[in-house]
Design a protein around this ligand. Structure first.
Ligand code: SAH
Length: 220
């Protein structure tokens, strides 16, 4: 049971996370920082780890997956340059934390998850918290989600061996794709911006994610 004293402590840890891990490391978007102040990250974490929710590292969730370190989530989110009317596609719903942040920043979030178990648990959580603009789809996100394409932004929260072609073709002109690309153990965070018929690529630095498994990702 968490009492009032514990909630107050969690709120304080959250503000400290925003200041020390995000602002001090160069996250400047006020909208992104405000979203981090609002979303209760501790509710997206397994019960026994609640008091580590605002720590500077990734944490385990179900099925051997992880919720990313807050700074990496912020860096990816800021680089999506989201506007209030944007529609975004997320690949790898996981705990739903990233989806909840996106839900604060744009009008519609489509999030694809390959594990049905994770998808249904996260659906319940997001419903309970009132994030009704997030739609969770169970499937192979390496193929994107053609039905609602094209998107203003696509964020992939699992590591790919290379950029899945369907994701590039589901971006709007001017759309942004953020994806970790590399080996099983270490990757580079890549930002791709679609400009007419061409794609401008930029590296946002090193990172480490769990594997993106599917037709255009890792085999298993
Ligand atoms: N964004 C999540 C992080 C999830 S970890 C969060 O905020 O918690 C990565 C997730 O990607 C895992 O849940 C994993 O099951 C999922 N995943 C891996 N490959 C996938 C694929 N091809 N399609 C959809 N989801 C995938």
């Amino acid at each position: 049971m968490i009492d009032k004293k514990h909630i107050d402590a969690l709120v304080m840890y959250r503000e400290k996370m925003v200041q020390e891990q995000l602002i001090n490391r160069g996250i400047t978007s006020q909208r992104v920082l405000d979203a981090f102040r609002k979303v209760p990250r501790h509710l997206f974490i397994e019960d026994g780890l609640i008091f580590q929710a605002y720590s500077d590292y990734p944490l385990p969730i179900a099925e051997g997956q992880t919720i990313s370190q807050p700074y990496i989530v912020a860096l990816m989110t800021q680089n999506l340059d989201l506007k209030p009317d944007d529609t975004i596609l997320e690949i790898g719903t996981g705990s739903g934390y990233q989806a909840a942040l996106l839900a604060q920043l744009c009008s519609k979030v489509y999030s694809v998850e390959r594990f049905g178990t994770i998808a249904s648990k996260t659906r319940k959580l997001l419903d309970g918290l009132g994030y009704h603009n997030v739609m969770i789809i169970i499937g192979d996100g390496t193929k994107g989600y053609e039905k609602k394409a094209p998107y203003d932004g696509i964020i992939v929260t699992a590591a790919a061996p290379s950029i899945p072609e369907p994701l590039l073709s589901q971006l709007k002109d001017g759309g942004r794709l953020i994806i970790p690309v590399g080996s099983e153990h270490t990757q580079e965070l890549i930002k791709v911006v679609k400009q007419g018929e061409s794609f401008k690529k930029e590296s946002l630095g090193g990172c480490r994610f769990v594997k993106l498994i599917g037709e255009y990702g890792w085999e298993k």
